[in-house]
Design a protein around this ligand. Structure first.
Ligand code: GUN
Length: 291
């Protein structure tokens, strides 16, 4: 059985169309234009590409976007002062400081300085805490995108055995947390990591397998059961092109559904950032939101 592809590129287009409508209604009915500030410090090439893609998504959807590029030598105090200024700017509803930051800047200090109501990344500890408690808040964009992929591919999470491989703060921990919540997944969740004794013994039990380890072909077909739904978060740049963390060619023969790389989880991250920015603008204007 060859797997169905869960195409994030198409699902993200659908969500963007929904957002476009919502944004034009906000303009018409409330004279409200959502605004996102993106801050890039230094010359990291991959970061430049990501920030450029975020700016383009804003432009396509009608979101006001301000990009601030700072030199690699920027002092932490200077960056904190900029964050403070953006916190107070009423045109800006979302602030995104692109990671990684240069080594001399403490990224925790910077992320904690962002006003939680403008933290559209969902990285501030106040928002992380609310997310874990199941309270409405900005959900971090990549795991939020995974929830949408599961929902819009009609993958049942309730009662499912979900195995997450990877325990990063950006993907593994939050997606595991969300999927165990009654209202977001209601699944039975196992997290595997570098300290796990026998990863395959867990992954073989998975109805839904989510992999975010940053290692090409970390999951091979002997590690999954027939009919599994696979979400591959990996983006590994090899000479042959982009590949995920899952050995796609062999695993797709056993899976019921699988995300391709590229075109799977990747496009969802920026789309959910746009979603969070729109929700933030609505909150600032006292309009009811769905978080
Ligand atoms: N760098 C790589 N991914 C992300 C992200 O989702 N948010 C931020 N701020 N930086 C990143």
């Amino acid at each position: 059985m060859a797997a169905t592809l869960i195409k994030g590129s198409e699902i993200s287009k659908q969500i963007k169309e929904e957002l476009k409508k919502e944004i034009s209604e906000l303009k018409e009915k409330h004279n409200l234009i959502p605004g996102l500030a993106t801050v890039l410090v230094g010359e990291d090439e991959a970061s430049k590409v990501y920030v450029g893609a975020k700016e383009k998504a804003c432009k396509d959807l009608g979101i006001h976007s301000e990009r601030i590029d700072l030199p690699a030598g920027t002092k932490e105090e200077e960056l904190l002062a900029l964050v403070e200024k953006l916190n107070k700017d009423p045109k800006i509803h979302g602030i995104l400081v692109q990671l990684p930051l240069p080594k001399h800047i403490n990224d925790t200090n910077v992320l904690y300085a962002i006003e939680p109501n403008k933290d559209v990344d969902g990285f501030h500890p106040v928002n992380v805490g609310k997310m874990v408690l199941g309270e409405p808040t900005f959900l971090p964009c990549t795991p939020h995108g995974i929830l949408e992929l599961l929902k819009r591919s009609s993958t049942e999470t309730k009662g499912a055995e979900v195995v997450v491989v990877g325990r990063s703060n950006i993907v593994g921990k939050p997606i595991a947390n969300m999927l165990l919540q009654k209202k977001r997944g209601n699944a039975t969740v196992t997290i595997c990591h570098t300290g796990t004794k026998d990863i395959a013994s867990h992954t073989k039990r998975a109805d839904i397998l989510i992999v975010a380890v940053g290692k090409p072909k970390a999951i091979t077909s002997d590690m999954v059961k027939d009919g599994v739904v696979v979400i591959d978060v990996g983006v590994n740049r090899l000479e042959t092109g982009l590949v995920g963390d899952v050995d796609f060619e062999t695993v797709k023969e056993k899976a019921k559904a699988i995300t391709p790389v590229p075109g799977g989880v990747g496009p969802m991250t920026i789309t959910m950032l746009m979603y969070n920015t729109v929700q933030s603008a609505k909150m600032a204007a006292g309009i009811k939101v769905e978080l």
